[in-house]
Write a protein that binds this ligand. Structure first.
Ligand code: BV8
Ligand code: ZN
Length: 249
């Protein structure tokens, strides 16, 4: 893939780069995207139907088991070349922030130091009733499904943001502040369908920031990007860095 020389110069001279990632960032690590059809045990469910407080109230065992299955699967997955390229950018530029919709923790595993998790992290749990966080993601006694809160006996739930739930206020505020200051915004592996996260590329563009879309498919936000790189994160991102910094191995 060849890259526009204007884009390469913008990347090399970026003062404050934001990498905004979605499920497609982790696809090459073997983690199905949110819009991918579910498989096996979960083929009969749509992710959006399970990732809600109502689903948990209605059927806590099924929802907890879905997350336990995803958590175990994600524990086996490694960051891919795209995650590693994003982490390398921190070494090459004065300020880089990652804002992710993903809950898999792979940006941190790749070495990215500043990662805002807009939708939480699947590897943590908190009490559905009193909200206290529980260190034991898979439950203290391994008998109760879902495990119980050691403080109030309420059901534990995964420490992610479900549909219909507000994003963590601090994370959201910090994300908006960062995007407002950025001069380059890489939008990687997101269909840009989930709000309010999908408003960040629009905010970046409205602030005069250069927006780059990296996705093998068309997305809802291609039109607001000055550059659309049609390809996978694991190929495009390392390629972009190699083209911008050919002497940096
Ligand atoms: C909120 C954690 C308000 C859980 C997630 C009706 C009722 C209720 C709410 C709403 C409604 N209508 C709209 C809403 C708002 C709703 C929403 O946006 N719904 C959508 C479906 C229309 N949003 C919310 O509910 C949010 N909260 O609005 O609160 C509020 C305010 C105050 C008080 C109370 C409430 C909360 C949304 C958070 C939901 N939680 N995750 C979990 O993981 O189980 S979101 C979930 O979708 C994932 O985090 C995922 O990351 C995210 C976004 O999707 P994408 O990342 O874009 O993934 P997707 O599969 O869609 O696309 C993948 C892309 O990758 C594709 O473009 C593909 O082409 C590309 N790709 C594939 N392979 C590669 C690749 N790209 C690069 N390389 C590759 N190799
Ligand atoms: Zn509790």
């Amino acid at each position: 893939m060849s890259f526009d020389t204007v884009l390469l110069e913008k990347l090399r001279s970026a003062r404050h780069l934001v990498v905004f990632s979605g499920a497609g960032m982790s696809a090459e690590s073997g983690i199905p995207t949110f819009r991918d059809a579910q498989t096996g045990l979960w083929a009969q469910y749509r992710a959006e139907d399970l990732a809600t407080p109502d689903a948990f109230r209605r059927d806590p065992v099924t929802v907890w088991n879905w997350y336990a299955w995803r958590r175990a699967m994600m524990r086996e997955r490694q960051p891919n070349a795209g995650h590693l390229a994003v982490a390398r950018l921190e070494r090459l530029l004065p300020e880089v922030n990652v804002i992710t919709q993903n809950v898999d923790g792979l940006h941190q595993a790749a070495g990215s130091g500043s990662v805002i998790e807009l939708h939480g992290n699947i590897h943590g749990s908190r009490c559905f009733d009193c909200g206290r966080t529980s260190g034991e993601a898979d439950g203290a006694n391994g008998i109760d499904i879902p495990p119980r809160c050691t403080y109030c006996g309420g059901m534990l739930r995964p420490a992610v943001v479900w549909f219909g739930e507000a994003l963590p206020m601090q994370a959201w505020q910090r994300a908006e502040d960062i995007v407002t200051d950025a001069d380059l915004f890489l939008c990687v592996g997101t269909s840009s369908l989930v709000e309010p996260a999908a408003s960040l590329p629009r905010l970046a563009r409205s602030r005069g920031c250069t927006v780059v879309q990296i996705n093998p498919d068309v997305t809802a936000h291609d039109a607001i990007a000055q550059f659309v790189l049609r390809g996978k994160a694991g190929g495009v991102l390392p390629g972009l860095l190699a083209a911008a910094w050919p002497d940096d191995s």
